[in-house]
Design a protein around this ligand. Structure first.
Ligand SMILES: Nc1ncnc2c1ncn2[C@@H]1O[C@H](COP(=O)(O)OP(=O)(O)OP(=O)(O)O)[C@@H](O)[C@H]1O
Ligand SMILES: [Mg+2]
Length: 255
């Protein structure tokens, strides 16, 4: 297999500005097919913008972006998106919400909905309405909806940001299981350093706006199994320091 066919996302020297506001600067990044990449950075540094550009929801200003070797011109069903809020329509059932995202000519709609609801552990909730679900369950439906289109790449923009700590840990574990099972390339944006380490094979740390890549940290396999212990805590310390390095801290703090 050559280098290009193993690369899911190729980004080089990418810049993004909104009028005079520089948001992303000189981003270069290659993401392998099947890789799980976490991206962290402070609020407003351009994380969502980067993800939206990869997903074809926003245009780049300069540079190269190739997804599966092709320029991205518009959103595609091959690139799934999970947002911070679940974005389910309250007047439709879980099943109807997922079907709405599918291609109208998809002959396997019923099977895809069923399989993906089972994959996220909600096989019995197809006929429920979003208002009858907890926050974590609604977010699982959002993941099932994104997976139903059989994307090559799943983009996750702080998908667990609104959940409590225990549900969040549970969802992280579920997402890791789904990634292992489905072997889809996943890019996760998060504020949460521990979440980034637990899930990512690499963690990209962005600087504050204009966002640029400060460091890319490879994560040891043990960190995906054990959240305590020296490997996890030393990685967390390293990323914590990198996260705040050269940033203006609003409080007296030693890192
Ligand atoms: N469509 C837009 N038009 C103008 N400015 C925008 C637009 N979208 C984002 N921005 C600006 O770009 C900057 C980065 O926004 P972005 O949403 O990418 O940040 P973020 O890192 O995802 O932040 P957060 O962690 O709070 O979600 C912000 O200053 C924001 O105001
Ligand atoms: Mg954001």
């Amino acid at each position: 297999m050559n280098h290009i066919s193993e690369t899911a996302v190729h980004i080089s020297n990418l810049n993004k500005s909104f009028d005079d506001l520089k948001v992303l600067t000189d981003i270069s990044l290659d993401i392998k097919k099947g890789e799980f990449l976490s991206v962290i950075g402070v609020s407003g540094c351009g994380k969502s913008t980067l993800l939206r550009i990869i997903g074809g929801l926003e245009t780049k200003t300069e540079g190269t972006l190739l997804v599966n070797g092709q320029e991205v011109e518009k959103p595609s069903r091959k690139i799934g998106f999970v947002f911070q809020d679940h974005r389910l329509l309250p007047w439709l059932t879980v099943e109807e919400n997922i079907k709405l995202a599918l291609d109208r000519n998809q002959p396997d709609a019923d099977r895809l909905v069923k399989e993906n609801l089972e994959l996220v552990g909600l096989g019995d909730f197809a006929k429920s309405y979003p208002g009858q679900l907890s926050g974590g369950m609604a977010q699982r439906v959002a993941i099932a909806r994104a997976l139903s289109n059989k994307p090559d790449i799943l983009l996750l923009d702080e998908p667990f940001g609104a959940l409590d700590a225990m549900t969040r840990i549970n969802m992280q574990q579920e997402l890791r299981r789904i990634w292992q099972q489905e072997k889809i390339t996943m890019i996760l944006i998060t504020h949460d350093i521990e979440e980034a380490i637990f899930l990512g094979e690499r963690v990209v740390v962005l600087s504050s706006r204009p966002g640029r890549i400060k460091k890319t940290v490879p994560i040891e396999e043990i960190c995906h199994i054990q959240r305590t212990g020296t490997a996890f805590s030393s990685t967390r310390d390293l990323i914590f320091k990198e996260f705040f390095r050269d940033e203006e801290l609003p409080f007296a703090y030693t890192i």
